[in-house]
Design a protein around this ligand. Sequence first.
Ligand SMILES: NC(=O)c1ccc[n+]([C@@H]2O[C@H](COP(=O)([O-])OP(=O)(O)OC[C@H]3O[C@@H](n4cnc5c(N)ncnc54)[C@H](O)[C@@H]3O)[C@@H](O)[C@H]2O)c1
Length: 215
Amino acid sequence: MKTIVTGSSSGIGKAVALKFLNEGYDVVGIDILPATISHPRYTHFVADVVADELPDIEHADILVNNAGVQNSGRDIDVNLKGAIRTTERYGIRPDVKSIVFVASASASTGAEFPEYAASKGGVVSYMKNVALRIAPYGATCNSISPGGVTTALNKRVMDDPELWAQIMDETPLRKWASAEEIAEWVYFVSVVNKSMTAQDILIDNGEAARAKFVW
Ligand SMILES: NC(=O)c1ccc[n+]([C@@H]2O[C@H](COP(=O)([O-])OP(=O)(O)OC[C@H]3O[C@@H](n4cnc5c(N)ncnc54)[C@H](O)[C@@H]3O)[C@@H](O)[C@H]2O)c1
């Protein structure tokens, strides 16, 4: 069994790659950065999912579209067009079993940086399009939408005690998810799950549910 993970050199993508390796899969990682995993069943390609020629990868059971940037001036290119490019190349094939997109809570709330939120909203719509196209192969396609995850992407607010306290006040469970927990969700949605498709799952510690009840 083989899984392709984009953005596998850090954060969520690295945790996803390690999870699948621990479960006995072969894993192929694609990242603009060099490999940060050394394992006999791990193959790494350095490539920009938008701009570079993508490597030939003959067969994959699972595709995890995770590579992403935030407020970079390239958010729509990398997060949306990059995910479309890798999916059309590696995901729309009769031997595929599951595709998972790492979207974001901002896809449904609209909060966060404008181009970032728009890129992730596009990912959720595209996920539904792909789900219908690969259903004839018996394959599932879903997205997960994390709220805050403790990765390098959020260093700025994680390292600032005042901003962090404000964030916790907005988060009912008063914590963020770890990359390893998100990797467990990706594994569940792509391997354990056999019946859910075309769905987006919000994993945000209750942030979007926060609503003031006035009586
Ligand atoms: N951290 C969070 O709070 C959070 C919340 C919701 C969604 N997400 C999403 O999760 C995904 C992973 O984020 P993360 O927090 O692990 O960030 P990260 O910066 O730790 O990891 C992103 C990885 O993607 C790679 N990458 C970036 N641009 C690329 C490109 N053009 N081609 C190939 N690889 C590229 C980076 O080199 C890096 O290894 C992103 O799509 C992000 O939008 C993160």
